[in-house]
Design a protein around this ligand. Structure first.
Ligand code: NCD
Ligand code: ZN
Ligand code: ZN
Length: 434
């Protein structure tokens, strides 16, 4: 295990006054101006903001089964480069993560790779087929200690199955993370339903297909007294429904993805499938409502929905292309651009939405802590004054499907520490052995 200590000099914790932070034996050992620690590696953090290590509640790592798109190792390298110290790996792998065996395998692969803690998400239904419940209890009791269950990629559309799943996870304070998409209302759907989808000749995906499921699930979770998390909220109407559910005291949380905070459906007019994603990019008014919802806490967290796809699954006509885009390495930059630089959130707000709250929702004890003496040394050092032009070829991911290629974005991850050991240092993956 790590024996080297790190003395981070002149860092601004959550953007506050510059101070020093000593990481030793996996924890934050001391905080204060002018700290001295003989033998420690010194990290010059002048101008850098320290955030608690980011936690992603929604990542597709593709292993097992689609190692041509991503592996646990490459995906967690991308996560570390994005400032993440923990990710939740979605269950839509091949085989599906619907048994204790598969979730334990994913968890173990993450530990072996060592870049970031990997928490396996368990499938709600066997094979994501929406027909019968998977062995939720066995996955919860397994060495992977699963607390988040999702058929992501598919909606648990059967209301009785959804009710049973919500009831079942109460026993271990689990949560059902719903991919809210009414299948009948979105048959063949390709992009946001609007005047533009008609003009482009692409089948429309109406907002109501998302909103109707969210409304139903909020009612169901209130009825059975359980915990619901709504994946990738994309419409203004969905934000309204979640706001209303929260005002009633129902146990509902929600996430927004970076791409839905920035990009709009007009990009479909390029017919470039790099912009094809589930749920689809929506209107500028939806983007504005998502930002406002994230700012006022209606939307609890930012989750990446990092969805790697190999070239051949994206290099085809729009209708044939796979849904999904990369997100881990650009998430914090997009959040800075859309939420911080616009004055909607400060760094404490970012830390809450990208570390503390996702760790709480996912019941992850070792992450999401404030940077205080005694806390696990999971820390991200970020340079908000830097700018970079995104180059897909530079990604640590095995896939290249970033919608931001060629864009200039603010900010750069300078370092990521996992239990006091760097996974990224000087903006590069750290391959040290200390
Ligand atoms: N978001 C996407 O467009 N795609 C995801 C599935 C999902 O998150 O629904 C994927 O697995 O590729
Ligand atoms: Zn989804
Ligand atoms: Zn997803």
């Amino acid at each position: 295990m790590s024996s080297t200590s790190y003395l981070i000099k002149n860092v601004r914790i959550l953007g506050g006054e510059a101070t020093d932070v000593l990481l030793e034996a996996g924890v934050v050992a001391a905080i204060g101006v002018g700290l001295d620690a003989p033998g420690a590696e010194v990290v010059d953090a002048e101008g850098l903001v320290a955030l608690p290590g980011l936690v992603d509640l929604h990542t597709h790592l593709r292993e097992p089964g689609r190692e041509d798109a991503e592996t646990v190792e490459t995906g967690t390298r991308a996560a570390a480069m994005g400032g993440f110290t923990a990710v939740h790996a979605m269950a839509n792998t091949d085989p599906v993560a619907d048994t204790a065996g598969v979730v334990e395998q994913v968890h173990r692969l993450g530990r072996e790779a060592g870049y970031c803690d990997v928490y396996a998400v368990g499938a709600v239904t066997v094979g994501l087929k929406g027909e019968r419940l998977a062995e939720l209890g066995a996955m919860a009791d397994s060495a992977a200690r699963v607390r988040v269950f999702s058929d992501d990629g598919h909606c648990v559309s059967d209301p009785l199955l959804m009710r049973r799943a919500l009831e079942y996870v109460k026993a271990f304070d689990g949560v059902i993370a719903q991919h809210a998409q009414d299948p009948r209302l979105t048959e063949g759907a390709q992009m946001n339903e609007s005047e533009l989808s008609g003009r482009l000749g692409l089948a429309g995906w109406p907002a109501v297909a998302e909103e109707a499921i969210i409304a139903r699930d909020c009612l169901l979770t209130a009825h059975v007294g359980s915990r619901l998390h709504v994946c990738h909220v994309s419409t203004a109407g969905s934000v309204e429904i979640v706001r209303d559910a929260k005002s009633k005291g129902w146990n509902v949380t929600a996430e927004a993805c970076p791409h839905h905070l920035l990009l709009t459906d007009e990009l479909a007019a390029t017919y470039n499938p790099i912009y094809k994603v589930n749920p689809p990019l929506r209107s500028a008014a939806d983007v504005e409502a998502l930002r406002a919802g994230l700012a006022d806490g209606t939307i609890d967290i930012v989750a990446t929905d990092h969805a790697p796809h190999p070239h051949e699954d994206k290099d085809c006509e729009w209708a044939a292309a796979a849904f999904g885009m990369l997100g881990l390495e650009t998430a914090l930059s997009i959040v800075q651009h859309t939420m911080v630089d616009t004055g909607l959130l400060d760094w404490a707000g970012v830390a809450e939405r990208m570390s503390a709250a996702p760790a709480r929702i996912g019941q992850v004890a070792d992450h999401g802590h404030p940077i205080e003496v005694g806390a696990p040394a999971n820390i991200t050092l970020y340079d908000p004054a830097a700018t970079r032009t995104i180059d897909a070829a530079e990604s640590a991911s095995l896939s290249r499907n970033t919608p931001y290629a060629g864009m200039e974005l603010p900010g750069r991850i300078e370092a990521t520490f996992l239990r006091g050991r760097p996974t990224v240092l000087d903006g590069k993956l750290w391959e040290g052995t200390a």
